[in-house]
Design a protein around this ligand. Structure first.
Ligand code: 9D3
Length: 245
């Protein structure tokens, strides 16, 4: 899969993506990452990428032409099946399901805005979709593009090891994770639950399922609404509830 990011801060993208899972996927050529700076596609001597908003008001707006040419260069560098996504607070909120779907695209061109945003004609004419990372304000689209690249890369075949891949489609999917512990056994912050020290893997599995259900119920009840729990899961959750009350 190929990622192209249109951004005024290309180093932000290449630097962050060079670490960890994404860095390894790039090294191993499971994904490729290219960056395109709209400033390189200006034609005036001041390399102007922004201008004042029609109608007045605060802030600046990214001009159409440099964005248009940068996206076209990104398109020319791939096949002709690119999907162009503009990252903005007005976009549809990304979910794991939306990102799973995006795995099947051979080239994803992500456009990161700065200032108040981009000329709306660029969104309408040059972009296929508009995505948001959630209901909070960040300063530009770069961190959003990095989140999308990271989340999609993890889903591609061969990127994660066997252990991590198995965890990804575990039976606890759609629930929050259970609590984790490692050495030492005793800390000022408390001790490790006895069940985890006993080595009975059936009991450990049941305990973890109960914790995952309980925490999801406490912290993210919205996630349980869209989930069909098994008879055993319902029993474990009732048990959890009776123990907190
Ligand atoms: C304070 C400026 N806001 C006026 C109401 C508008 C605004 C413009 C540009 C708010 C944020 C941004 C920059 N944000 C992004 O580029 C962005 C973003 C976000 O802020 N939240 C959630 N997802 C995304 S994706 C890109």
């Amino acid at each position: 899969m190929r990622f192209d990011v249109v951004t005024l801060f290309p180093d932000m993208i290449t630097a962050a993506a060079s670490y960890g899972v994404t860095g390894r996927a790039i090294e191993r050529e499971i994904v490729s990452l290219s960056v395109w700076n709209p400033r390189d596609y200006t034609h005036d001597k001041h390399k102007t990428v922004d201008d004042r908003p029609y109608g007045g008001g605060p802030g600046m707006v990214m001009k159409y032409q440099p964005l248009h040419e940068a996206v076209n260069k990104a398109k020319q560098s791939g096949n002709d099946k690119a999907k162009v996504v503009y990252l903005s607070p007005q976009g549809i909120p990304i979910t794991q399901a939306l990102l799973s779907d995006a795995c099947n695209v051979s080239q994803l061109i992500l456009v990161a805005g700065r200032y108040e945003g981009v000329d709306e004609r660029f969104v309408k004419k040059d972009c296929d979709e508009e995505w948001s990372i959630g209901d909070y304000v960040i300063s530009g689209g770069e961190l959003a593009a990095l989140i999308v690249i990271d989340a999609i890369t993890r889903l591609l075949p061969g990127v994660l090891g066997h252990e991590e891949s198995a965890q990804q489609d575990s039976h606890m999917n759609g629930l929050l994770d259970y609590p984790h512990f490692t050495r030492p056994e005793q800390l000022d912050g408390g001790s490790v639950p006895d069940i985890l020290l006993g080595g009975n893997h059936a009991q450990i599995g049941t305990w973890r399922m109960k914790q995952a259900l309980g925490r999801t119920w406490q912290r993210r009840p919205d996630l349980l609404k869209n989930k069909n729990l098994s008879a055993e899961q319902n029993y474990l959750l009732q048990q959890f509830k009776s123990e907190v009350e």
